[in-house]
Design a protein around this ligand. Structure first.
Ligand SMILES: [Zn+2]
Length: 664
């Protein structure tokens, strides 16, 4: 038995382990000592993976995705015009949408057969952004649909691979009979990475990536704020300088854009080498200039060939890659240009969120693999069948070989006090803090007195607001055809709204603040009330989980899509540079008991590490015995206790709204 280093009491392991960490906390209730140690499921040593375990997950995910296709209403075109920067078509539609569906900016909607992206929804109107090349019907049904092509593409590739590998799926292997393509003419000699002002740690990682042998991989762990994007960008630039063709991919558009923006920022002269494939409305404004689409009469195959012959840095999501594979014939186009595998390097970002079953698509198309991720943040989203290897994250599988893992350890994102706690809790103290961030405090002065002033005092970066008698209600929410329960906590909502209003009045713009909740219903409640109060700008609100289905103890959670969670941008400003981190993050735990959704620390880690200067945790929790990281934060934060009297008049508004939107 291990003992507490602070008080000598016994340490107690929390069972079951929270994802990939096992936490031990002190049995002395007055002591805040907590440590965590890596916990590896025995499964993770299995590479290659049995074919069955992957195909089962693919089939299941495909079925679930299909279920989610549903007609949500009918719409009629009233106005069409090009956006100011002429990159997309803006369409105003008169729309009747069934009451139970709320669309949010960035949601994808089919108008007839054409996919559009939501920009705004009002009572009778819907504004959608379309690809400029599309002709829109006058009237059509509105559908929400999840793509199934991703799974079709993965299944085909898996079959192809199984011919070679037998009943086991090997991930990182040389394709027999494939010779490396003819080396491309070097654009110039490899320049020293010192030019980019990298610290020695990143320099050595970049050096290793660009000198690694063919048919090999590296897994780079990048905790929050440690410069993952910069590392990807510099390594990609250097690979291109060597003459390589590079695919930059991820689950999310934001991740792809961030890497491309960084490349463009570091090396404007490479702009003719960059291409971005994807829906313009989901792509950052800076990167839209790199979008390429087939010219009239060109056809997809020719278009892909043209791209492969003229571009070296290609950015698209894994979903789009699957469309190129399954619909546009990337396989054939590549072979026709004499390039197979198509890409020399693939950089897969956020690969801890990418399940093995879909990551085989980018792996198949490349022969040097660079895998970026953080297994202490978001796990992959798969709807069930977690026991099968196809559902595990690429990063976790790739990181099973210690010789291939490297870790970035210097964080430059946020205040030292916040990140020290994060490092201790989740990274075994391995994070170092760059001198530029140790003293980043929220620059605000509040004139009112009381708990708000105390909470917003710049010298306290970490705040815990304990709310007396706060409670969570389960409300019904819908996603596609599936209805589930989601939680809302009126007192915490009122507290979040009060803090938000106060800070806006002090002159801090809403784009510097994010409100993150555990459940979608709480996010909806907060957003709706702020909208109604109208005196403030539209807030940035995100949630970690969408809904739960089933009853305890076997209930399942539908996690929020990482695009919704990580993409803390404002609807109108699509520039991702100011993106995912905010000066102030308000996190509403929402539940008043240690509900199952809290027990995996990884999503909460994402919420905490969005904060640069201040993190305010709103809590109604009465105990934290199964979540020792929360217990630790409660004891190390500046602690404030309030009750409902401190929350008027906002609480009145919240209760009214809560009654309305929370159908029991
Ligand atoms: Zn102790």
């Amino acid at each position: 038995m291990k003992r507490c280093l602070k008080c000598g009491h016994l340490l107690q392991p929390i069972i079951p382990p929270a994802g990939n960490l096992r936490f031990l906390s002190c049995t002395n209730p007055n002591c805040d000592y907590v440590i965590s140690e890596p916990f590896k499921s025995p499964h993770y040593d299995l590479l290659p993976v049995p074919y069955d375990e992957v195909i089962k997950v693919i089939e299941n995910e495909r079925r679930e995705a299909e279920k989610n296709t549903v007609i949500i209403g009918q719409a009629r075109l009233t106005e069409v015009y090009p956006s100011k920067d002429r990159t997309v078509t803006v369409a105003k539609l008169q729309a009747r949408i069934k009451q139970e569906y709320t669309l949010r900016p960035y949601d994808s909607v089919y108008y007839g057969k054409i996919i559009g992206v939501v920009s705004e929804q009002t009572k009778n109107y819907l504004t959608l952004l379309f690809d400029r090349s599309k002709d829109l019907p006058k009237e059509a049904p509105l559908k929400i649909a999840e793509p199934v092509i991703l799974y079709d593409s993965a299944a085909t590739i898996l079959q192809e691979k199984s011919k070679r590998d037998g009943q086991h799926l090997s991930l990182f292997v040389q394709i027999p009979g494939v010779n490396p393509p003819k080396p491309i003419e070097k654009t110039k000699n490899v320049i020293t990475v010192k030019e980019y002002d990298l610290d020695p740690e990143k320099q050595s990682i970049v050096q290793e990536i660009i000198t690694m042998p063919q048919w090999d991989y590296r897994a780079i762990e990048g905790p929050p704020g440690t410069g993952k994007t910069t590392t990807i960008a510099v390594a990609a630039i250097e690979a291109v300088e060597k003459g390589a063709t590079v695919l930059i991919t991820s689950h999310t558009n934001v991740a792809v854009d961030n890497a491309l923006e960084k490349i463009f920022f570091l090396r404007r002269d490479l702009k003719d080498q960059i291409v971005r494939i994807g829906h313009p409305a989901k792509i950052s404004k800076i990167i839209r200039q790199f979008i390429d689409t087939p010219s009239p009469h060109e056809g997809y195959r020719k278009w892909l060939k043209r791209i492969l012959l003229t571009k070296r840095i290609i950015g698209m999501t894994i979903a789009k890659l699957s469309v190129c594979d399954n619909v546009y014939g990337l396989n054939v186009s590549s072979k026709e240009t004499g390039r197979w595998p198509t890409f020399d390097y693939v950089f897969i970002d956020e690969s801890s969120t990418v399940p093995l079953c879909t990551s085989i698509i980018p792996i198949y198309y490349s022969r040097q693999w660079v895998i970026f991720g953080d297994t202490r943040q978001l796990p992959p989203i798969v709807r069930s069948l977690h026991k099968y290897a196809g559902a595990w994250s690429l990063m976790e599988l790739a990181a099973t070989n210690p010789q291939k893992i490297r870790m970035l350890t210097i964080q430059r994102r946020g205040n030292k006090k916040i990140f020290e706690a994060i490092s201790k809790l989740f990274y075994q103290g391995k994070l170092n803090h760059h001198q530029t961030v140790t003293n980043s405090f929220l620059n605000v002065s509040i004139s009112t007195n009381g708990w708000l002033k105390e909470a917003l005092e710049p010298v306290n970066p970490l705040i815990w607001v304990q709310i007396d008698n706060g409670y969570m209600d389960w409300c019904k929410v819908k996603k596609g055809r599936i209805e589930g329960a989601s939680g809302a906590n009126p007192l915490e909502a009122a507290a979040a709204i009060k803090i938000y209003g106060t800070i806006l009045n002090s002159g801090i713009p809403s784009s510097d603040i994010a409100i993150i909740t555990t459940y979608r219903a709480q996010a909806n409640l907060i957003r709706e009330v702020i909208k109604e109060l109208k005196k403030t700008e539209e807030p940035i609100v995100a949630s970690l989980y969408h809904y739960r289905k089933g009853q305890e103890p076997n209930e399942e959670y539908e996690p929020e899509d990482p695009e919704n969670l990580l993409d803390l941008r404002l609807a109108e400003t699509v520039d991702s540079f100011q993106g995912r981190e905010k000066d102030l993050v308000i996190y509403s735990i929402t539940t008043h008991y240690e509900h199952k959704a809290l027990l995996d620390y990884r999503r909460t880690n994402v919420a905490f590490t969005r904060a640069r200067s201040k993190l305010i945790i709103l809590s109604s929790l009465q105990s934290a015995t199964k979540t020792p990281w929360l217990k630790y934060l409660k004891q190390t934060s500046h602690f404030i206790k309030i009750n409902e009297n401190a929350l008027q008049p906002e609480l009145g508004k919240v209760n009214e709204k809560h009654q309305k939107i929370c159908r029991r």
